[in-house]
Ligand binder design. Structure first.
Ligand code: DGY
Length: 328
C-alpha cells in the first residue's frame, strides 16, 4: 500500500508527478491556504505533509496526526513550523535551501534599484499624464554605484546580494552572528556591528531568518540611527521590521525609502498606511517567484517528502537529529 500524503497547494506538474508515483496523495486546490479545520481533518491518517509558508504547523496539529513522519516545507524559511515540537514527536522537517538563493538576491537588488531610482513612482507619474517635458529636478533618486550597502545576515542570500553589489562598485558592510572571513576575502566586504552598519550605510538590506532574537531587529531605535538618505530593503520576513516604526520613519523623512517584499502580517491590508506612501515599495512576497526556481523548490520539497515517508534522511533536513539518533 502506498503511503498517504497531503499537499496544501497545487504544485508544478513535475513535483506532483513525483509525489503521485510514490504516494496516495491529496492536494488542496483552493487559491487560499487550506483553513485550519481542513488541515486538522486531513492530517489524521497521513504519513507526510507538504506545506507552504502560509500554513501554520504547530504542536496541536501534529498531535492530530499520529502517523505523521515528515513535514516538507516548500520554502527555505520554516518559521511557520514548530520544529521543536516536530523533533519531540520524531517528525522530520525538510526545507528548500540553495535553489532560491540567486533568484531572491535578484529581487532584493531589484527592490534596491526600484526604491533608489523611484521606478514605481515614475511609472505612476507617466500613467497619470504628468510627464510634460524633460525636467532637471523631477523624480531625483539616489545613486547605487559607489554607495555603501549594509547587509544584515551574510548567509546564502546575503552573500549573493554582496556579489551583485560589488559589481556596482558599492562599499559593503555586513553584520552577522558569525564572522564570514571567506566572504571578506572574496568580496571585500567589511564586518561591523549593527550600529555602525546602520549609521553608515546608504542602503540596508535584511537577510536573517525570523526567530525570537530577530523579531523587530529593526525598530524605532535602529531607524533613528540610520541616515536620513538611507533606504531599507527587506526580503526576509516581515516581523523582522517594526512596521509601525517604519511607517513613522518614512512619513517623517527620518529615512528616505523602503522596499519590502515581506510584511507583517501577510498579506498586508490594502488599508495599511504604508501603502499610502510614495517612498515605500511593497511587493507580495515574490522573492523566489521565477518559473525555474519555483519548480526547483517544489521538486526539492517532493524529494524531502518522499525520503521522509521512506524513513530515510531527506536531502534537506531541518532537524536531522530525528533520524540520526534513530540510526545511531
Ligand atoms: C522562503 O523560501 O522562505 C521564501 O520566503 C519564499 O521563497
Amino acid at each position: 500500500m502506498k503511503p498517504k500524503a497531503y499537499v496544501t497547494r497545487i504544485l508544478p506538474d513535475k513535483a506532483w508527478e513525483m509525489i503521485e508515483k510514490f504516494c496516495e496523495a491529496e492536494v488542496w486546490e483552493g487559491e487560499l491556504p487550506p483553513p485550519r479545520e481542513v488541515l486538522f481533518e486531513k492530517v489524521t491518517e497521513i504519513g507526510g505533509l507538504l506545506c507552504l509558508l502560509t500554513d501554520e504547523i504547530d504542536a496541536p496539529l501534529m498531535d492530530a496526526a499520529p502517523e505523521l513522519k515528515v513535514i516538507s516545507n516548500c520554502a527555505v524559511g520554516y518559521d511557520n513550523i514548530d520544529v521543536k515540537a516536530a523533533t519531540e514527536r520524531g517528525i522530520i522537517v525538510g526545507n528548500t535551501p540553495g535553489v532560491l538563493t540567486e533568484t531572491t538576491a535578484d529581487l532584493a537588488f531589484a527592490l534596491l534599484m526600484a526604491t533608489a531610482r523611484r521606478i514605481p513612482e515614475a511609472t505612476r507619474f507617466v500613467q497619470a499624464g504628468k510627464w510634460k517635458t524633460w525636467e532637471l529636478t523631477v523624480l531625483l533618486g539616489q545613486d547605487i554605484h559607489g554607495a555603501t550597502l549594509g547587509i544584515v545576515g551574510m548567509g546564502r542570500i546575503g552573500s549573493a546580494v554582496a556579489k551583485r553589489a560589488s559589481g556596482f562598485g558599492m562599499k559593503i558592510f555586513y553584520h552577522d552572528v558569525l564572522r564570514r572571513e571567506e566572504f571578506e576575502e572574496e568580496l571585500g566586504v567589511v564586518f561591523t556591528d549593527l550600529e555602525r552598519l546602520l549609521r553608515e550605510s546608504d542602503f540596508v538590506t535584511l537577510h536573517v531568518s525570523l526567530a525570537k532574537e530577530t523579531h523587530h531587529l529593526i525598530g524605532r531605535k535602529e531607524l533613528e540611527i540610520m541616515k536620513p538618505t538611507a533606504i531599507l530593503i527587506n526580503t526576509s520576513r516581515g516581523p523582522i521590521v517594526d512596521q509601525e516604526a517604519l511607517y513613522d520613519a518614512l512619513k517623517s523623512g527620518q529615512i528616505t525609502a523602503a522596499g519590502l517584499d515581506v510584511t507583517d502580517p501577510e498579506p498586508i491590508s490594502p488599508d495599511d498606511p504604508l501603502l499610502s506612501l510614495d517612498n515605500c515599495v511593497v511587493l507580495p512576497h515574490i522573492g523566489s517567484a521565477s518559473i525555474a526556481t519555483r519548480t526547483k523548490m517544489a521538486t526539492m520539497a517532493a524529494e524531502n517528502l518522499i525520503a521522509g515517508l521512506k524513513g530515510e534522511m531527506p536531502p534537506n533536513p531541518v532537524n536531522p537529529e530525528v533520524l540520526s539518533s534513530r540510526v545511531g
